[in-house]
Design a protein around this ligand. Sequence first.
Ligand code: ZN
Length: 377
Amino acid sequence: MKRYLALFLAAAIAFGAQAQEIVKGSIEGVPAQGSYHPTFSSDGADYLPRNVILMIGDGTGLAQIMAGYFANNEELTYTNLKHMGWVTTKSASAFVTDSAASGSAYATGQKTYNNALGVDVNKRPIPNIPELLAPCGVISGVVSTDDLNGATPGAFFAHQIHRRMTDEIWADLPSSVLKYFAAGSQEVFEARPLETQQAIQKEFTVVHSMDDPKCKDAERLGVLPPAVETGYIVKGRTDFLPRATRQAIDFLNQRRQEDKGFFLMVEGARIDKACHSNDFPSAVKELLDFDLAIAEAIKFADEDGSTLVIISADHETSGLVVWGGDPSKGNVEGVHITTWHTATPVPLFSYGPHAQDFMGVQGNEQVAQKILKLLRR
Ligand SMILES: [Zn+2]
């Protein structure tokens, strides 16, 4: 028997899979947080949206979403939405993508290789959505619970051949077209070379709290809170993600040109990270927090009437399955089959004008192409 297991493991490693024993986890007794019920007044309208909010739940497949749903008294803002599709996530170099290649596909409309950040398969820079929209008068922002140099936020402003080139990624920030960013962290920022910090502070009003009075009059704002505020919920993060989402929306909406809109990318980064650790309760808590950020975006879309919200993921992480439990007690059990990503397509939810364009099965790069088609005018 052991011999067969060894052969299986050898074969799995040869084919690139990360074989492991399944890991079970369970959660119970999470305080119910309710959900936002949209008005649907602009949902599926034929007129072009002025603003687009793209929300990426890193590593968020169907099981991650539904584990949150069952833990939260069988409701989420996510699942109150009606327009749904699926996204395939393969990269140009691998069936199983990483966050850099998928983030780059979402940011540029082009597939690239794993580890690439805003560059094509020949390692040449490719323009991202904020850069392509800036000449049309559309302003952009980025929010994430990851470090700002993380693969997903990084893909929306940087052009580097490898996601681990942290200093180079930060050095791309001052010359980017972003008007707003909120992500981790003060500590990560202060570990960069002094000249990079100074160049960023020259271009952006950098604050370490969303309550800083300097936020109000800033032309370009960078929020870099202490690391604990963008770290895991289970390690003390409170309401950073929904608050920063609302601040970003208000900041961009107040500064956009009268007849032009904004583009905002919001990432719930730690759903993926918790799944890499096969930490099921942490993944569920991160998903529920991401749902609060989704509620902020959908509320604004209802107030505004001309905002399209797209919620999807860069890939699934850990091959999560909702294994069992008792939803009447908020009890959910999950099983992880790997500590890495999978190639399983991820759900997409959309809300607002032209939400219907995102139904059906599409590649991650096609999501970006559709956003650009709607906003480039
Ligand atoms: Zn990951």
